[in-house]
Design a protein around this ligand. Structure first.
Ligand SMILES: Cc1cc2nc3c(=O)[nH]c(=O)nc-3n(C[C@H](O)[C@H](O)[C@H](O)COP(=O)(O)O)c2cc1C
Length: 324
């Protein structure tokens, strides 16, 4: 399937694997790219620019197809060495960067001079328009359904995507709640040029996370996610567990007086123990409502092939029946 996104990124299918902390390692990115999508290494999961350079090299050894790197600009206690990470991306020959969080404007000249395309993840049309104005090449429109940080506007993709289509001139993909061929066709119908998936790719054979994480996604329904850190205006959609119950209780108890320190124990530095050791109640971890649509753990190749054949069948058979 050819779209503006497959053309821009030089990929076969309009399917992107979004950056995921302690999930987006070389193994997953390479498997997605080898299957014809765009695999993305999560930059800040690597402790230093040198570690990111190694991770890019490891991924390069597993695939010669295009890969991307995610750079997330969120409030953190110590500012990461962003120029160093960007240097590792450029030197590693990566041609796509997914930015997320704060405005990436100051880093665009460096990236563009190296011939890198920038896709910025946005949860609102106003932020997407801003990203277009400052020169981003594409947008990942992240609806309220998404895992991770859905922003504070709470606009789901059935409204957000057509709003983006009405306003944006640059291409965009639909992110949040995407799982299968139906998602892809719906996203295309609403004006997107492809899809971005996080949670769905976590439940694949190649995702380098503990089996407990994959099983938790299989066991979850769309009713099992919670929003935390809303009072801090840093809302995150996570899977309900003992740690999340503690955070929610503390948010209720402290109300507007809550500070980050009051919940830090359950949200800071917990990812390695959850994703790698499978300690599922140790802290809060991002998970999308789309878990309700995930019932198996395929390889990335099987997943992408299935999405493409389902999408083609829906367009040729089901939708063709309704046309004129
Ligand atoms: C475990 C996990 C960790 C994530 N970490 C990041 C991150 O570090 N940076 C980022 O931009 N997005 C992150 N995301 C969001 C994904 O890139 C993607 O936008 C989101 O998962 C889309 O929603 P979906 O899960 O419904 O497909 C994360 C998502 C998950 C599930």
């Amino acid at each position: 399937m050819k779209t503006k996104i497959t053309d821009m990124f030089g990929i076969e299918h309009p399917i992107i694997q979004g950056g995921m902390h302690f999930v987006g390692f070389a193994e997953l990115a390479a498997a997605v790219s080898e299957a014809g999508g765009l695999g993305i290494i999560t930059g800040l999961t690597q402790r230093s620019p040198a570690d990111l350079a190694n991770e890019i090299a490891r991924c390069r050894a597993m695939t010669s197809k295009p890969i991307g790197v995610n750079l997330t600009f969120l409030p953190t206690v110590t500012t990461p060495d962003y120029p160093g990470y960007i240097r590792a991306i450029i030197d590693g020959g990566v041609k796509v960067v997914e930015t997320a969080g704060n405005n990436p404007q100051q880093w665009l000249p460096m990236l563009h001079e190296a011939g890198i395309k920038v896709i910025h993840k946005c949860t609102s049309v106003r932020h997407a328009l801003k990203a277009q104005t400052i020169g981003c090449d594409a947008i990942s429109v992240d609806g309220f359904e998404c895992a991770g940080h859905p922003g504070e506007d709470d606009i789901p993709n059935f409204i957000l995507l057509p709003r983006a289509a009405d306003e944006l001139k640059i291409p965009f993909v639909a992110s949040g709640g995407m799982a299968d061929g139906r998602s892809l066709v719906a996203a295309l119908a609403l004006g997107a040029e492809g899809i971005n998936m996080g949670t769905r790719f976590m439940a694949t054979k190649e995702a380098p996370v503990h089996d407990n994480v994959k099983q938790a996604i299989l066991d979850a329904s769309e009713l099992d996610m919670r929003l935390i850190m809303r009072p801090l205006r840093n809302t995150e959609r996570v899977l309900k567990n003992a740690a999340v119950d503690r955070v929610v209780a503390r948010e209720k108890e402290l109300g507007a007086k809550i500070t980050f320190a009051d919940i830090a124990e359950d949200v800071v530095g917990v990812y390695p123990k959850i994703m790698q050791e499978g300690q599922m109640d140790l802290g809060a971890w991002s998970c999308g409502l789309v878990a309700g649509l995930i019932h198996d753990i395929p390889t990335c190749q099987a997943l992408i092939d299935r999405i493409m054949s389902e999408a083609n069948a829906i367009i040729r058979e089901r939708l063709a029946r309704f046309a004129g």
